[in-house]
Design a protein around this ligand. Sequence first.
Ligand code: TYM
Length: 335
Amino acid sequence: MENTEQKKRILSGIQPSGDLTLGSYLGAIKNWASLADEYDCYYMLADMHTITVRQVPADLRRRTLTQVAAYIASGLDPEKNTLFVQSHVPAHAQLGWVLDCYTMFGELSRMTQFKDKSAKNADNINAGLFTYPALMAADILLYQADLVPVGGDQKQHVEICRDIATRFNGVYGDVFKIPEPYIPKVGARVMSLSSPENKMSKSDKDPNGCVYMLEKPEDIMRKFKKAMTDSEACVRFDPENKPGVSNLMQIYSVATGSSFEAIEAEFAGRGYGDFKKAVGESVVELLRPIREETERLLADKAYLESVYRAGAEKASYVANRTLSKVYKKVGFLAR
Ligand code: TYM
C-alpha cells in the first residue's frame, strides 16, 4: 500500500446494465484516465446495482467483462488504477446493510432516480431499487474516497451519501471521510440525439437516441446524421432554445477540445448537414482506438481475469478495514 496512502482517493463506478454509451464515456470514463497520477483510484463495475432492474444473466456477465476491457481500453492502466467488480468484494453488501439502517425512508423517497425508475418499471418497484442510494453510499465510504467523479445525474446520490456519512459520524465519531462529487464542466449531461430534452441513457428505447462506445463507425455516423436539430440553421450554443444543436456542440467540444466560440466560428454560414457530419466524425475518431483495443483485450480472457482478481483483492483489503471499524462502532461482537 506504500505511497498510495498519502494520495487522495477516488472511487467511481458504472452499472453494466446496458452497453456503455457516449454519455458514460464523456460524463465519466474519459475523465478518469487522467487522474491516476495524482490520486489513488478505484473504479468499480457496479453489477450489484444492476439487479434492481431485471437482467438476463448471460448478458450481464458478458457486459461486465466487456466493461472491464473498455475501462482498460479507455486508458485506465490496471497497474495504476484498481479495477474491480462490486460483487467480488462482499464488504459492499455488508456495509450496505448497515447504512440501510442509517438512511431515512423520507430521503430515499425524494431521489429522482428512484422516481424515474419506478415509473419505468412499475411492475417491479423492489426494495433494492428504493435502497440503492445506501448501497452506493457504501461503495464510496468503504474506500474513504475524497472525490467521486460522476456525470451530473449522479450528484443527488453523492449528496445523500454525504448526508448518511455525516449522520453516522455524528453518532460514532469520524468513521467516514465525507466525499465530494467531481463533475466535468462540459459533458456532464450528454443528451439523447433523437430527443435532446432527455439524458442519453443505456436503457433508451429509441435506438437512434443513444450512441454506444463500441458501436461501428457507420452506425455512429447514421445516428449523428439523423440527430434532432431545429429550423434556425445556425450553430449557436443555447441549451434552452436549441437543445439539439447545443448537445451536439458539447459533444464536439469534448471530442475535439474546441471551445463553443471556436465551434460557432467554424460552422458560421454552413448548414446543419456539415455540422452533424463533423460531430459524427469526431466521435468516430474518438472512439475508434477504444473499440479496437477493447476487441483485442476481449480475446485475452485470462488477462482480464487477472486484472479483476487483483483488483478485488486490493479493493477488499481497503474495504475490509473500513467495514471492521464500522462493525466495532455499531457494537457487533468481534468474531
Ligand atoms: P450509471 O451506470 O448510470 O452511469 C455511469 C456514469 O456515467 C455518467 N453518465 C452520464 N454522464 C453524462 N451524460 C450522460 N448522458 C450520462 N449517462 C451516464 C453517470 O453520471 C455516471 O457517472 N449509480 C451509478 C453507478 C454507481 C456509482 C457508485 C457511481 C454505483 N456506485 C459509486 C459512483 C460511485 C450509476 O447508475 O451510474
